[in-house]
Design a protein around this ligand. Structure first.
Ligand code: PRP
Length: 178
């Protein structure tokens, strides 16, 4: 375990099981439909890579890059689009892929933004959901793992761009960010 981590919340195996289960549900729900997974960078790149390999049938991918936290531990309330979609989405059933749903501000903004692009349908898949932390209600169809309100890193999640490479989701030692 990395020395800056005080606890491993979800092991590699636990994450893999949750991703497999979600992939199976998505495969069944979108059978015969034109599915586009839109990963919200940077945090979701690891989850996206694993999830897409658990989905059977045709699926395409696109990416958006969004930042809201910067080097801060608290949401700034401002969502900035650093990279937009490459293609049109009118013909697709769009599934937004996120690593974590915390305040819900990012996904609330993105859902509104993507809905204005008129996809066939629009749903959200998040690996992690912080229980009780949403400042706005977010209707999230696929949730991998429920987690407590701690500062989490690993499996794509960062603090000041570090720790994304950890294969597990862990709780960061508070002395690193206070
Ligand atoms: C994280 C995460 C989500 C967002 C969730 O992104 O990847 O996009 O915060 O938080 P919210 O529910 O409170 O809006 P971050 O801004 O840290 O950027 P990153 O993905 O590049 O690490």
């Amino acid at each position: 375990m990395h020395s800056d981590i005080v606890e491993i919340l979800f092991t590699e195996d636990e994450i893999a099981a949750a991703v497999r289960e979600m992939g199976a549900r998505i495969s069944a729900d979108y059978k015969g439909k034109k599915l586009l997974l839109v990963a919200i960078l940077k945090g979701s790149f690891v989850f996206m890579a694993d999830l897409i390999r658990c989905i059977e049938g045709d699926v395409e991918v696109d990416f958006m890059a969004v930042s809201s936290y910067g080097a801060e531990a608290k949401h700034s309330g401002v969502v900035r689009i650093n990279k937009d979609l490459e293609g049109l989405v009118e013909n697709y059933h769009v599934l937004l892929v996120e690593d974590i749903l915390d305040s819900g501000l990012t996904l609330t903004y993105l859902r509104k933004y993507l809905r204005s692009r008129n996809p066939q349908s629009l749903e959200i898949a998040t690996l992690l959901l912080k229980e009780g932390k949403q400042e706005v209600p977010v209707d999230c169809k696929y949730v991998g793992l429920l987690c407590p309100d701690a500062f989490l890193v690993g499996y794509g999640l960062d603090y000041a761009e570090r720790y994304r490479n950890l294969p597990y989701v862990g709780v960061l030692d508070p002395k690193i960010y206070v």
